[in-house]
Design a protein around this ligand. Structure first.
Ligand code: NAD
Length: 360
């Protein structure tokens, strides 16, 4: 298979961690008989430096011609970088919002995996995390409270603010379908999270999710109220496979889920549209504090590349090979500085990439 992959190296540690993901992709392609064509795309600060804007329309058109885009993080040090003297719509992060909108990336996937080898980094009690956990949060990304009408008005001399939370059944159906499709590639369980005891939007969410579930008889569906879910994530994270939820609940729960793994440098993410196209990137930022030092953890980006193979190119076997190589390197005791613990071997960004590539 020939894979056409857009690459946004990004800012800060972005170019360093993306280089390691490409190294691992190249090794995987070589081993399984694929060829990869990389298309370099500029976004964020790197695009501002060249074009004066964080994302050009031409770059979006180039991205659309690729099967998927792999991205390092974008953005810089908000206090010192000249990018942050620009108006908000011209800053690096505006590129991210623009590309999500232009490519209709409505489904955000964030796996939260606790590897048994890294359980020391997890803030939860050992009896809760024994054996590790592996869940995936599927968050609706383009609707709900963050995109509804808002205003602040003065009523009888009192300032009053309004935000509206709107979902139509089509928006719910397409994310639900995505959630069930992905559960079929995993342990076949969906926990749909809402606040159906209070919100109309949640009651419609629940109805449409149930209708969608009827098309996936192999998948077990359960409903959970969002406040209970926030509790269950720290009480018994092992119970979850796919958590399917709306925009704001997903925003909060995915940060909580990443925190319980304890290591931001390990967490991949993907944003998908209705086709197979997706944008794959680490969950963390561009870490300007450690950029250029060769010490950033590339594993989140490497695991994002594995997600890309699985969800955009349907190469499950190749994705499994990358994930298994990461686990093997961790089992062998290799660590970057952010996940270092006593008695383990320390390596840098390139060293970690080499080790993972060698284990494919
Ligand atoms: P950050 O995630 O970049 O850094 C937080 C801490 O985690 C830092 O101490 C950093 O060194 C560490 N860290 C992050 N990734 C790491 C890795 N791979 N290996 C080792 N350590 C790692 O968050 P921040 O400092 O709040 O933001 C920095 C910049 O990143 C800002 O400009 C912000 O807007 C941007 N950002 C971009 C994205 C994105 O591109 N999607 C997401 C979040 C933040």
């Amino acid at each position: 298979m020939n894979l056409k992959i857009g690459v946004i190296k990004g800012d800060g540690i972005g170019p360093e961690i993306v280089a390691e993901a490409m190294k691992v992709l190249d090794k995987t392609a070589e081993k399984y008989g694929h060829s990869i064509e990389y298309i370099q795309l500029l976004m964020g600060g790197a695009s501002i430096d060249v074009h004066g804007v964080p994302l050009t329309d031409e770059t979006i058109e180039e991205a659309k011609k690729c099967g998927a885009v792999l991205m390092g993080s974008i953005g810089g040090d908000a206090k010192n970088s000249p990018w942050y003297k620009l108006e908000p719509s011209k800053r690096p992060e505006a590129g991210l919002l623009k590309i999500r909108k232009a490519l209709n990336l409505f489904a955000n996937l964030r796996p939260a995996v606790l590897y048994d080898e890294l359980k020391g980094a997890c803030p939860l009690k050992e009896e809760i995390t024994e054996g590790g956990f592996d869940m995936l949060i599927m968050r609706e990304l383009t609707g709900g409270l963050y995109f509804g009408e808002r205003k602040t008005v003065e009523e009888n001399g009192v300032l009053t603010a309004y935000d509206s939370l709107t979902y139509n059944e089509n928006e719910i159906r397409r994310i639900a379908k995505r959630g069930f499709d992905i559960a079929m590639k995993r342990r076949k369980k969906v926990t749909s999270v809402d606040k159906a005891n209070v919100l109309d939007s949640s009651r419609l969410w629940r109805k449409v999710v149930e209708e969608t579930a009827a098309q996936y008889p192999e998948v077990t569906l359960e409903h959970m109220l969002v406040d209970n879910c926030a509790m269950q994530l720290v009480k018994d994270p092992k119970q979850f496979d796919v958590i399917l939820t709306e925009n704001m609940f997903g925003d909060i729960l995915s940060d909580e889920a990443s925190m319980v793994t304890g290591s931001i440098g390990m967490l991949a993410s993907a944003s998908l549209n209705e086709t197979k196209f997706g944008l794959y990137e680490p969950s963390g930022g561009s870490a300007p504090d450690i950029a250029g030092q060769g010490i950033a953890n590339p594993i989140a980006t490497i695991l994002s590349a594995a997600m890309m193979l699985r969800y955009s190119f349907d190469l499950d076997r190749e994705a499994d090979a990358i994930e298994a190589a990461v686990e093997k390197v961790l089992k062998d005791g290799w660590r970057t500085g952010d996940i270092m613990s006593d008695g383990k071997e320390k390596t840098g960004t390139a060293g970690m990439g080499d080790l993972i590539a060698a284990n494919i």
